[in-house]
Ligand binder design. Structure first.
Ligand SMILES: NC(=O)c1ccc[n+]([C@@H]2O[C@H](COP(=O)([O-])OP(=O)(O)OC[C@H]3O[C@@H](n4cnc5c(N)ncnc54)[C@H](O)[C@@H]3O)[C@@H](O)[C@H]2O)c1
Length: 406
């Protein structure tokens, strides 16, 4: 049994989800690792101590810098607001820690590159929380696409809509301030779809985007006479051109009434189509050409034990998994990668490649034109063409297949 000691920073929505996943993953996947909940950091000592006892961590601190340099921590897990990711990740890498960071990795591609190169030079393992790709249903979708079962992919149409800010009376938060969040719906929701699009289809070469902030002011702490300016977009839409010739679109909105976890996509190939809806996350709809005219239609596949990673959770098909289960798969990949010294997907480099697309989308909104995704910078400082599949994704860089990519 390899002992892996966790240091968790931030205990809001994601911090709790990660703590649950670190408890679930070893039980579900019978891992060869023993997880120790070593230390937790929050904004002050009191909150840290309360959360440590709630979530089962041995020690706590009100100073994250103490956590990242603690000699008894192997993995630093960053679940703080976006603007803190860079400093926390760089400090953890400098201390020789493996780093698990929530998305978006950074505020822009340059920062993501800086963190990526630091991690690659230090030789530490990294993983970014693009959990939707870990769903057995999405893994199945990728398998179907990779095996050519819907032919050559020609189109990817997707949305990620939620309504957590649809009510104009919802107060201001860090997510609405550029300095703390970066972009709005794009960083928060669109980043997941960009990651999925590149995972399922191919690297994105070019985007043309447009965005809008509908609710331009929000109250501070719910006091109506104390308003703050909303500094980033409520919704964004973009057209895509992929390196393999496919085209597509992404929409993301945080003000889409009624949409709670509305991540949806349709992949169209030359021989069929796939449809996925995250609000029905254990279902995949497939249409395959060649059916007799009078029997044509989409088939609904309910994920079950025959599909990747499902069996470990449940031996019966169609019983359905949940959001936290995807996090458990993600944490399984992290623990396996660290224990076996294998590359993990999606690592910081994969997130950097997503950031290049996010930056291009923002530039396109500003300049109202198509924007090409620049070539990415590799470890050696040389430039890599986006027309080729990610080295990290295909395992070429290390010569070994990354954990977490089927
Ligand atoms: N993967 C996903 O599906 C998903 C979903 C939601 C959020 N996220 C990402 O997770 C990150 C956190 O989002 P959240 O929704 O959990 O936010 P949150 O506001 O619920 O939690 C943030 C936590 O960080 C703590 N924190 C803030 N400053 C800190 C500091 N200096 N030191 C220590 N702790 C500090 C806060 O006290 C809070 O507990 C964001 O980057 C967000 O984009 C990912």
């Amino acid at each position: 049994m390899k002992k892996i000691r966790i240091g968790l920073i931030g205990t809001g929505y994601m911090g709790k989800a990660h703590a649950i996943a670190f408890k679930t993953a070893p039980a579900v996947f019978s891992l060869d690792t023993e997880v120790t909940f070593e230390m937790l950091a929050e904004v002050n000592d009191d909150l840290a101590s309360t959360k440590a006892s709630e979530l089962g961590f041995r020690r706590s601190t009100g100073d994250w810098r103490q956590l990242v340099t603690d000699p008894d921590i192997d993995i630093v897990d960053i679940c703080s607001p976006n603007y803190l990711h860079k400093d926390m990740a760089l400090a953890a890498i400098a201390a020789g820690k493996h780093v698990y960071c929530e998305k978006p990795l950074a505020m822009c591609a340059n920062d993501a590159l800086e963190i990526t190169l630091a991690a690659e030079q230090a030789g530490v393992k990294t993983l970014v929380g693009f959990n939707y790709a870990k769903n057995p249903t999405i893994q199945l979708a990728r398998e179907i696409i990779q095996q050519g079962e819907i032919g050559e992919v020609v189109h990817f149409r997707s949305v990620f809509n939620e309504d957590y800010l649809a009510d104009p009376d919802t107060p201001f938060s860090w997510r609405l301030k550029r300095q703390l969040s970066g972009s709005g719906a794009l960083n928060d929701l669109g980043s997941h779809i960009v990651n999925l699009a590149q995972h399922l289809v191919a690297p994105i070469n070019e985007v043309c985007a447009d965005s809008r902030t509908v609710h331009r002011q929000r109250s501070l702490s719910g006091q109506p006479d104390n308003q703050a300016e909303v500094e980033n977009e409520d919704l964004i839409q973009m057209m895509l051109r992929f390196s393999n010739g496919a085209t597509g679109s992404i929409e993301a909105s945080r003000i889409a009434w009624g949409r709670k976890n509305g991540l949806w996509f349709e992949v169209t190939g030359t021989k069929g189509s796939l449809i996925f809806d995250q609000e029905r996350l254990s279902e995949l709809h497939i249409y395959q050409a060649g059916q007799q005219q009078a029997r044509q239609g989409f088939k609904r596949i309910l994920t079950g034990p025959e599909h990747p990673d499902y069996m470990n959770f449940c031996v019966s098909a169609g019983h359905g998994l949940g959001y936290n289960d995807m996090k458990a798969v993600e944490v399984r990949d992290l623990l396996q990668g660290v224990a076996a010294d294998q590359p993990i997907w999606p690592d910081f480099r994969a997130a950097y490649q997503d950031h290049l697309v996010l930056d291009a989308a923002e530039a396109s909104c500003r300049e109202q034109r198509w924007v090409k995704i620049p070539a990415s910078v590799t470890v050696a400082g040389s430039i890599k063409d986006n027309n080729k599949q990610s080295e990290q994704t295909t395992g070429v860089l290390s010569g070994r297949n990354p954990v977490g990519v089927n």
